[in-house]
Design a binder for this molecule. Structure first.
Ligand code: TPP
Ligand code: MG
Length: 579
């Protein structure tokens, strides 16, 4: 089966399982796989197909269908100006909040911007008038999860019961566009979720308030039982109730909790101190794949944790934003609030004790590797040292890049009583100092205690203008700790840090600048001190927690050495867990 054919068959099948009953289609060639897949679906009685030559008409017919039924109709066009002719209907759907799924066929990327026939810039062409606009890349192989999760998400967004409206899927198709298998039934490897349910069921309004987890699972399958082997992963979120609800769920079911630093579940009873390191042990994970994982908010800081989420038997995502977070594309169900424990459920004490043991072994291994003194500090030690300075009622702003990951892997548990935050929306290194400054002002105006920020050197100098504040302006109590490794340490820990790329690494990733951080801060009139070891660092932070803004610069070890140390920690953790 040609990849484009498989892509079209799966897209149409997922539209149907998501409840779309009517499709209005223009006529053309790039949309041929969709046209034939739709015609076959019509033959089977799975869909009503309406064909028009004028796409402006097609758009309004689909709008009218959606207006009267409340179910979004899909409108399908070929590439080029056919797409542009949908704008009036899309604008109307936007203004009158009518659900509408716009599905436009496009040429693959290599044929764009080269003067190829019937090609215009289609992606995002409807601008502000869609609730969601996605590009679906041309199929080269079979990716049913990608196709289905995209369609399911778009239909869910179009039918949002607070703010329904148009969504745009711009799907590229490569040649061959058709083959004879297009009339066949879907092969098993392209099948969707069991029972003909959508890839992701959006139950956020059904479950706008917390419902019991068993009730939530029954929305997918009436016979569902709550699995004993579960895991809760808490990412960045702004849900004040979530922290208590996570505790309740985890305590009642014996499900471990892995919290990102700003997930605020750092102090959960069943919280793991080194969750990302435990999940990085393939042997352990293989034997402990959760039957269910509940993610809360935007959980995306660690690849190892993402891999466990992706392998779990079932994934419930808790996120009340209209575009919920599901980077692994595995969510079976999305809820607006953390579910309550069931009235009764089987628990498996061995499940928690296996994770607890792994976490304790990881802690011992971390202690062994990081505990030995070195000439200069690693970022991991800086994270542990600074986190340990923070008491109850203080605030901790974490810069993007390595610092937030180091804190999450090595120091999360010590932050149980600390208000942790960071710019997790886009993980930018551009506004960290200013954000920390504003956060501290806000925190202290509400009676909060001292604030500490931990940022990398690049994040610091990128936003050093944050220190340019007129003399009579209000200043918070804020200690800004700069972990200075002269460049970007994070990239040494990623693929591009491997020896194969060493020739160009420093030039295009590490980018050392030799910026004199202390001099830079001093030039703004800031109070600055430089420290070299953990004791000095702890003392410097503790001594400066009140009385204005202070910058503490700690020179950390060579970036390559730090990456090697991180590898040693991971190896030691695996060995310790696997004995
Ligand atoms: C505005 C912005 N530009 C580029 C990036 C990509 N980026 C991610 S981390 C990083 C380097 C950060 O260096 P530093 O703050 O010193 O932290 P380190 O990696 O050394 O811990 C860059 C450039 C980004 N996240 N945000
Ligand atoms: Mg750096």
């Amino acid at each position: 089966m040609a990849p484009s054919v498989a892509q079209a068959l799966v897209m149409v099948d997922e539209l149907i399982v998501c409840g779309v009953t009517d499709v209005v289609m223009g006529v053309g060639s790039r949309s041929a796989p969709l046209a034939l897949a739709l015609a076959s679906a019509e033959d089977r009685g799975d869909i009503r197909l309406h064909v028009r030559v004028d796409e402006r008409v097609a758009g309004f017919v689909a709008l009218g269908l959606g207006k009267t039924t409340g179910v979004p109709a899909a409108v399908v066009t070929t590439s080029g100006s056919a797409v542009a002719n949908l704008l009036p209907a899309v604008v109307e759907a936007h203004e009158s909040r009518i659900p509408l799924v716009v599905l436009t066929a496009d040429r693959p990327d290599r044929l764009r911007n080269v003067g190829a026939n019937q090609v215009i810039a289609q992606s995002g062409i409807f601008g502000l008038f869609t609730r969601l606009a996605v590009d679906m890349e041309a199929a080269r192989d079979l990716r049913p999860q990608y196709w289905r999760s995209t369609i399911a998400r778009c239909v869910a967004v179009a039918t949002d019961s607070i703010d329904p409206g148009p969504v745009h899927i711009n799907a590229a198709f490569d040649e061959p566009l058709v083959d004879e298998s297009i009339t066949e039934q879907l092969p098993a490897e392209l099948a969707g979720r069991p029972g003909g349910r959508p890839w992701t069921a959006d139950a956020r309004l059904v479950a706008g308030m917390s419902i019991q987890v068993d009730e939530a699972l029954a929305l997918l399958d009436e016979a569902a039982v709550v699995p004993a082997r579960g895991l809760i992963v808490v990412g960045d979120h702004d849900d004040d109730d979530a922290v208590d609800l996570v505790d309740e769920l985890s305590d009642a079911l014996g499900w471990p909790v892995i919290s990102e630093p700003s997930g605020r579940s750092n102090g959960a009873n069943l919280g793991l101190a080194h969750g990302p390191l435990v999940c990085d042990d393939p042997m352990f994970v293989q034997r402990h794949v959760p039957d269910i994982v509940v993610t809360v908010g935007r959980a995306g800081l660690y690849r190892s944790v993402a891999s466990v989420i992706a392998q779990a038997g079932m994934h419930v995502a808790v996120d009340s934003r209209s575009s919920w977070s599901d980077p692994t594309r595995t969510a079976d169900l999305v809820l607006a609030a953390v579910p309550l424990p069931p009235s009764e459920a089987d628990t498996d004490p061995q499940w928690w004790s296996a994770w607890e043991r792994a976490d304790l072994m990881a802690a011992a291994a971390v202690e062994t590797v990081l505990g030995s003194r070195r000439s200069s500090m690693s970022g991991m030690e800086v994270a542990r040292t600074v986190a340990a300075c923070l008491g109850e009622g203080s605030q901790f702003f974490l810069g993007s890049s390595s610092v937030v990951r180091h804190v999450g892997s090595f120091a999360g548990r010590s932050l149980a009583e600390v208000e942790v935050l960071g710019n997790r929306g886009t993980s930018g290194i551009d506004g960290c100092v200013s954000t920390a400054w504003g956060a501290a002002l806000g925190f202290q105006s509400l009676g909060g205690g001292p604030s500490v920020a931990l940022v990398g050197d690049e994040a610091f100098w990128y936003d050093s203008n944050a220190l340019a504040v007129p003399a009579n302006e209000q200043r918070p109590d804020l200690v800004i700790v700069v972990a200075d490794n002269d460049g970007a340490g994070i990239f040494s820990t990623l693929e591009q840090g491997e020896p194969a790329y060493s020739r160009h690494f420093e030039r295009v990733f590490g980018v050392p600048m030799g910026v004199q951080i202390a001099s830079l801060a001093t030039s703004f009139g800031a109070s600055v001190c430089e420290v070299n070891d953990a004791d000095e660092l702890a003392t410097a932070v503790a001594d400066r927690l009140s009385d204005g803004v202070h910058v503490v610069v700690v020179r950390t070890c060579d970036r390559g050495v730090e990456a090697e140390l991180l590898t040693s920690v991971r190896d030691a953790v695996r060995q310790a867990i696997d004995v």
